[in-house]
Design a binder for this molecule. Structure first.
Ligand code: KIV
Length: 271
């Protein structure tokens, strides 16, 4: 039985109740109105306006180039479509790492200009002060540990994180920091399933995994990946539910052929 069956809008409190009740949290990314409308109506709990928009919407190699203004544009489109889901927005690279005042100003801009419900930041102890300051201003914060793509040039690779003892210990300590700072949930990206299960059991706030196994309190995927729009991207953790690249490619080919053959529009399709 779902704890959110009768709920009009999922809140951070709902997610907390879901963890307590053992109900898994389903989160997906969206970046535009039309997709967010489908995702919201399908019953997703949380929509993440991820900075993965930099990759899948803008075609950049990394998440680093996307700007705060661009994130606000994507987020406001999603917010207009989401009548039930909680909408969380990534603070993009360069909008919060400078100092806690910059972080707070960026978070306020997202909330004020997009109408979103929460923000997400990558990192642990290093950004504790920023997280505390944002939460003090009344803005809910989701954390993000493990593979943090904004630090890709530090890691040098998108491979699984925290396989070594030292990094695993830092992650275990960072999740406690995020909980104490007041985060309402934490994304765990690409870490060993056993570690994810252990840290999930060590905190009261929900963990949401991507490539972190089934022991997390919820799961998140990039919508373009799970719909098969991101051709050629097939990491082990990804379950692809459709092959929309091929479907859309076929539809466009059909349209081109119909136009060339003067078969579209036909008599019923004109005035
Ligand atoms: O930007 C994003 O889509 C994310 C998810 C992969 C968690 O941060």
């Amino acid at each position: 039985m779902s704890v959110n069956k009768e709920i009009k809008r999922i809140t951070t409190k709902t997610l907390q109740e879901m963890k307590l009740g053992g109900e898994k949290i389903a989160m997906l990314t969206s970046y535009d109105y039309s997709m967010a409308r489908i995702v919201d109506e399908a019953g997703i709990d949380v929509i993440l306006v991820g900075d993965s928009a930099s990759n899948v919407m803008a075609g950049h190699e990394t998440t680093l180039p996307i700007t705060l203004d661009q994130m606000i544009y994507h987020a406001s489109s999603v917010v207009r479509a989401a009548s039930r889901s909680l909408v969380v927005v990534d603070l993009p690279f360069g909008s919060y790492q400078g100092n806690s005042k910059e972080a707070l100003n960026s978070a306020i801009r997202i909330m004020k200009e997009s109408g979103a419900h929460a923000v997400k930041l990558e990192g642990g102890e290093e950004i504790r002060e920023s997280i505390e300051r944002i939460i003090t201003a009344g803005i809910p914060v989701m954390g993000h540990l493990g593979l943090t793509p904004q630090s890709i040039y530090k890691f040098g690779t998108y491979t699984v994180r925290a396989k070594e003892e030292a990094e695993a210990e830092k992650l275990k300590s960072d999740i406690q920091v995020l909980q104490q700072a007041g985060c309402f949930a934490v994304v765990l990206e690409k870490i060993p399933a056993k570690l994810a299960q252990e840290v999930t059991a060590s905190v009261k706030i929900p963990t949401i995994g991507i490539g972190a196994g089934s022991g997390c309190d919820g799961q998140v995927l990039v919508i373009h990946d799970m719909l098969g729009l991101n051709k050629g991207f097939k990491p082990r953790f990804l379950r692809q539910y459709l092959n929309l690249f091929e479907e859309i490619n076929g539809a466009v080919k059909g349209y081109v052929a119909d136009v060339k053959a003067n078969d579209f529009p036909n008599e019923k399709e004109q005035y």
